[in-house]
Design a protein around this ligand. Sequence first.
Ligand SMILES: Cc1cc2nc3c(=O)[nH]c(=O)nc-3n(C[C@H](O)[C@H](O)[C@H](O)COP(=O)(O)OP(=O)(O)OC[C@H]3O[C@@H](n4cnc5c(N)ncnc54)[C@H](O)[C@@H]3O)c2cc1C
Length: 337
Amino acid sequence: MNIQHNISLRPLHTLHLDVAARFFYRWENADKLDELLAHAQEYERVIWLGSGSNTIFLKDITDGLIVQIATNGIQVIDEDEYVRIRVSAGNNWHQFVQYTLSQSWFGLENLSLIPGTVGAAPVQNIGAYGVEVKDYIVSVSGVNTLTQERFVMSNDECQFSYRNSIFKQLPHLLITKVEFRLSKQFNPHIDYGDIARIAQTIADSEKLNANHISQAVIQIRQSKLPDPDKIGNVGSFFHNPIVPADYAKQLLQKYPNLPHYPQSDGKVKIAAAWLIEQAGLKGKKCGAMAVHQQQALVLINTGKAIAQDVIDLKNLIQSTVLERFGIELISEPRFIT
Ligand SMILES: Cc1cc2nc3c(=O)[nH]c(=O)nc-3n(C[C@H](O)[C@H](O)[C@H](O)COP(=O)(O)OP(=O)(O)OC[C@H]3O[C@@H](n4cnc5c(N)ncnc54)[C@H](O)[C@@H]3O)c2cc1C
């Protein structure tokens, strides 16, 4: 096994903290899985990594093997008015979405430009602009790294919910492939925010198609979110909290402008960005970490942030929002300590 030693983790996670890994392996060849699992037994722990866009390394990792999942491939399984495709975990998510559009397979266009890999997409049931990936997943295949048993889980068994799934709860389940079912008929999802207007402007006098939606999403994302290649960040740092209807009503009496989204179970989702902004924290800095000026849900590394800066800013936001609104914000990324 070509294990690399003492490499910088800075380029391998999008917050770009200056930490290092003692042992690192980039896993490209799917056929080497058994060899990799056998070798992994020699380490105290194994940390499975995609593109590191939802992961924060808080210190040098000296006790475990970091495996970057980089297996590639897209296989068509079945085709009629829908197409079923099996996709390897290491495929880049955005490139995969663009590939589906080039084939006129529809459904994932609203999820354009989300950083990361295909294998990580089910882990937190990625979502954006009114669409969640769970609606297009048939099954997820992988291996239980504790027992080495292979599994294929149906969509129901994956227990998808808002930014959550069984894989977030059980990190020893390694995803190797994801099976998607995409439509050959375009069915636009344009009820969310400005998508309809921007996509229509891009389409001009042409009939609206999925590429217009994808371009609109890309344009909106690029205008609102800092590019992690230029400014370190992990996208949304906190989940949007979901509160009981009674509590939402109390908040709305006090703050009539509070952005809120009723859920199918009667609870109400609240915009975490609004809470942070109203708490006066936009632009707030702890060391070299800051709350982004354009999007309060995004925390940025202004250059030389260290782990303590991340923790201090996270704690400050959580305690201020709790004190002001009585709501506990839950952080979204995985912290590796
Ligand atoms: C600028 C920016 C914007 C973002 N916007 C969005 C958004 O709109 N919506 C959204 O939902 N998310 C968003 N995110 C978060 C992130 O893009 C997603 O969570 C993405 O799926 C992470 O992919 P990754 O490969 O980088 O995962 P990593 O950070 O490498 O890993 C994340 C977690 O998944 C696990 N994991 C990764 N691969 C596998 C695998 N094959 N098997 C089992 N576990 C695995 C890891 O162990 C870890 O726990 C954004 C992030 C950034 C930086």
